[in-house]
Design a protein around this ligand. Structure first.
Ligand code: ADP
Ligand code: MG
Length: 349
């Protein structure tokens, strides 16, 4: 159920941003609840940064309005919007120590020196950088710089936190670690957070809700689970995870009376079972669909095994958790693929 509008802390009301003839953001309407962690997910160029910069006040809308706590911020300059921002690539001041970087937002707000020092020490502790206060940003690892950027965004205790691709510059292990860190900070500080990313895993892990953007517009908005399990369009299905689109003659027996025109059937790779063609059918065969195919490729990736199976002119991806006693199939082998009818989704083309 939609929460009442009064709880929205941030509202985009039909916001458009034009660059010449190009709409970087087009008629964007979006309400963000207090304390919510909302992620804007989309491919490069879909308007994510523009949306964030509109909210931060670095970019002015061509049309529409943005409300914070119910009031238009059209006339409020960026430095008075009371938002903490982590920019893409952090934008730390290179000529200032970590401590001075952190003091800066407090100075801007006229906080007294003694109070500044106390707050800097406190936030350094929170992000586990107590021993790094006197270093220059260039003397820090990527993950440490990222934590300084987060600390700088949080230090003035703003009610809203904006993160632009906060983990984009980090390698995989560090990224996972920092995802945990960001989650912890969100729990602890409870800031309304808008995070921009093109990384689906990051979006799924961190968010209360995800907005999928495409060409300046919202394609779908929902919780991570609902978006993954019930994508409304083919674009969302493909962007958030892998999707098997069951279209054309190869799957014509799978067409369903419930299918609306303008949609295609889709099944996620982990919902597809692989078996030898002669293997006994699973229970409740009438609830399942099956096709015969030929293994094109198999890759083993630790806990999962991924098959690419050719079915007529189509390729079906199967993702199977590795378990003992499991039969495995090699390239060229014939197999039967099966999935539950209830696992098929119909997505707009
Ligand atoms: P994202 O962050 O999703 O990669 P952006 O918001 O940066 O996307 O850009 C959205 C679109 O707007 C792109 O087509 C981009 O080229 C264009 N754009 C962004 N900023 C400017 C600008 N300052 N001048 C002209 N075009 C811009
Ligand atoms: Mg961007």
């Amino acid at each position: 159920m939609e929460k009442p509008l009064a709880l929205s802390q941030i509202e985009f009301c039909n916001v458009t941003k034009l660059y010449g003839p190009v709409a970087a953001v087009k008629d964007l309407s979006l309400a963000v609840r207090q304390g919510e962690f909302l992620t804007i997910l989309g491919p490069s160029g879909s308007g994510k940064t523009t949306a964030l910069m509109l909210l931060a006040g670095f970019v002015a809308p061509s049309k529409g309005d943005i409300l914070i706590s119910g009031k238009s911020v059209a006339a409020v300059p960026s430095y008075r919007r009371d938002q903490g921002i982590v920019f893409q690539n952090y934008a730390l001041f290179p000529h200032l120590t970590v401590r001075r970087n952190l003091e800066f937002p407090l100075e801007m707000r006229g906080v007294k020196a003694a109070d500044r020092a106390r707050r800097v020490e406190h936030i350094l502790e929170r992000v586990h950088l107590t021993d790094f206060g006197n270093r220059m940003p260039s003397q820090l690892s990527g993950g440490q710089q990222q934590r300084v950027a987060l600390a700088r965004a949080l230090i003035a205790d703003p009610p809203i936190l904006l993160l632009d691709e906060p983990l984009g510059a980090l390698d995989r292990n560090l990224r996972e670690q920092m995802q945990g860190e960001i989650k912890r900070l969100h729990k602890e500080f409870g800031k309304t957070t808008i995070c921009v990313t093109h990384d689906q895993e990051e979006a799924l892990t961190l968010s209360d809700r995800i907005v999928v953007m495409r060409a300046g517009q919202i394609e779908q908005i929902d919780t991570p689970e609902a978006l993954y399990d019930r994508p409304s369009t083919r674009f969302v299905a493909n962007f958030l995870g892998e999707a098997n689109i069951l279209e054309g003659d190869d799957f014509k027996n799978e067409a369903n009376a419930a299918q609306l025109s303008g949609t295609v059937a889709m099944v996620r790779p982990e919902r597809v079972c692989i078996a030898a063609p002669a293997a006994p059918k699973r229970a409740e065969a009438d609830k399942r669909q099956s096709v015969i195919g030929k293994v094109d490729d198999m890759t083993y990736a630790g806990p999962v095994r991924k098959y690419q199976v050719r079915v007529g002119h189509s390729m079906v991806i199967v993702r199977e958790h590795v378990a003992s006693g499991q039969q495995t199939f090699k390239s060229g082998e014939e197999v039967r693929l099966e999935w539950l009818r209830s696992d098929v989704r119909y997505v707009a083309v």
